[in-house]
Ligand binder design. Structure first.
Ligand code: HEC
Ligand code: HEC
Length: 239
């Protein structure tokens, strides 16, 4: 009987096993980081170094509290489950990294030639009609980047919501939501300008969830696409 007690007391200290971590990962993280950790909507975690989780404490904090605005905190996990998940994430880091065909420098040229900078800022250059891409390679994996270019509607970042509204004068405009409170809404219009609207005077306000202002680029040659993706994947932000 005593032995059993000891066993029961000792048990909670050990579910740090990779199995527990793997199970939690598959149920709560795989949706964004892929079942094998190679990424998707979230970045690949199969790297020796994680920028936002340089040490184990930072990693556990990222898991428990999340990384706003896109990664939710796993507040429902017990600290021991957080430990197990962190250990599993570290084990993924020992696996091989994602191979990306394509040449970043060639992709940068295509980026500038194709007009991507009309809507995206990279390292201070470009316009902010779409999300800044200076660190996109640290946030998304290659497959996601590829899909973002071929079918922009397939995924919309949390902070990009397209709005269509009709103002008091009857004019209909579309834009990306910059800000909103009870009384007013601010949009970034297709020309890059910001505009504020008094909500009480609007004739119509539609939230176009699932729609993107980004044009699709389905006819981009495969080699150019590889280069573009390699370029975007190389953008990791300031060290
Ligand atoms: C809804 C999608 C989503 C879920 C669910 C999610 N993540 Fe994330 N995760 C992200 C995104 C997006 C980022 C990039 C955040 C950033 O850089 O701002 C990220 C970043 C991270 C990072 C930092 C990576 C780096 O290179 O610094 C770690 C570690 C991480 N997630 C682990 C986890 C774990 C473990 C879970 C499950 C408990 C999880 N995530 C669940 C979307 C998600
Ligand atoms: C007319 C403006 C516009 C142009 C041109 C444009 N984009 Fe976008 N892009 C957007 C907007 C708005 C979003 C956010 C909504 C979405 O994901 O579709 C976006 C999203 C993205 C994303 C996903 C960002 C994320 O956080 O996951 C990538 C990658 C991207 N664009 C790359 C490109 C590349 C490469 C080009 C050039 C081939 C390009 N864009 C041209 C407006 C544009």
């Amino acid at each position: 009987m005593k032995a059993l007690w000891l066993l029961l007391l000792a048990l909670p200290a050990f579910p740090q096993s990779l199995d527990t971590g793997k199970r939690i990962f598959e149920s709560q993280c795989a949706l964004c980081h892929g079942p094998d950790g190679s990424g998707g909507r979230g970045p690949s975690l199969r790297k020796a170094k994680l920028k936002k989780a340089p040490d184990d404490d930072a990693l556990k904090k990222a898991i428990a509290d999340g990384l706003p605005p896109e990664m939710p905190g796993a507040w429902q996990l017990h600290p021991r489950e957080v430990d197990a998940t962190a250990a599993y994430v570290r084990s993924l880091g020992k696996l091989v990294v994602e191979e990306i065909p394509g040449i970043p420098a060639a992709g940068e040229e295509i980026f500038n030639k194709t007009g991507c900078a009309n809507c995206h800022i990279v390292n201070g250059n470009g316009n902010a009609r779409g999300p800044e891409l200076s660190a996109i390679g640290a946030r998304r994996n290659a497959k996601h980047l590829r899909e973002s270019i071929l079918t922009p509607n397939s995924f919309l970042p949390e902070d990009f919501l397209l709005i269509e509204l009709t103002d008091a004068a009857g004019k209909t405009v579309k834009g990306v939501k910059a800000n909103e409170d009870l009384f007013s809404i601010q949009l970034v219009l297709p020309n890059g300008r910001h505009a504020s609207f008094d909500k009480a005077t609007l004739k119509n306000l539609k939230r176009l969830t699932g729609q993107s202002t980004m044009p699709a680029f389905p006819s981009i040659p495969a080699a150019d696409l590889d280069n573009l993706v390699a370029y975007l994947a190389s953008l990791k932000g300031a060290e």
